[in-house]
Design a protein around this ligand. Sequence first.
Ligand code: ADP
Ligand code: MG
Length: 258
Amino acid sequence: TSLLRFYSSESAAHESAAPHQELVTRFADLPQLGVHERIVNAITKGMKYENMTDVQTMTVNSALAGKDVVAQAKTGTGKTLAFLVPIVQRIIAQDPELADRRRGKARADDIRAIIISPTRELAEQIGVEAQKLCQGTGVVVQTAVGGTQKHAMLRRTRFEGCHLMVGTPGRIHDLLSDPTTGIDAPRLGALVLDEADRMLDVGFKAELEQILKYLPSREDVPRQTLLYSATLPKNVVGLARQFIDPRNFEFVQTIKSD
Ligand code: ADP
Ligand code: MG
């Protein structure tokens, strides 16, 4: 078991050794929270995972309740599925037909969710996991990382479209800021910042702040933001202040685990 600390914008901080009592902790039980069977099956039958990790339990329950989440979580704790489940569910909820389509059809200028990760390798891993989760649905995933494949990526995105974009800060900023790419997110409903401390360490603060300018404002389009970081130095807290909804968030910290 592990000890978790919560802080919510609605309640005082509290700690608990048994935080899971009223929370869904098994993937198979996620339909109780409204998660589509296709998503659940991709995990329980495709990946063959049964129980959620702590960060998955906390993120999925909070995010499906509509909250922004700030989570302190180390590498290897299962963050990828923690954010993919609520994000993909949110895309499907916005557009229920997507769950019943076998093949995706999207536009490049109607991106519904963006996941930002510090390195090319991490972004590509998330992209692969997202593809698995979205298989059998109409949700189209594209991966945008730095390097030589920009034109192939652009061709693919124009041709196939994109609901869920995964990428590095530099490349995502590059694509959103260049009007000739045809890539845009005027109805973006979800944003994930993965490994925020690493993104700041590598010097991506400016790109992250710039990306915000190309997204619709939260007043115009409700947006859910999930931020993960292994450590919480001041610069990460500052980033969270810029991205997270101060009136509707939960903070989760794994204090101890075995
Ligand atoms: P992180 O992003 O926190 O470093 P990952 O999402 O990459 O962690 O997951 C780490 C490993 O754990 C991966 O191999 C993943 O497939 C596996 N994994 C994720 N969630 C579960 C789970 N609920 N049960 C078993 N294994 C899991
Ligand atoms: Mg990860």
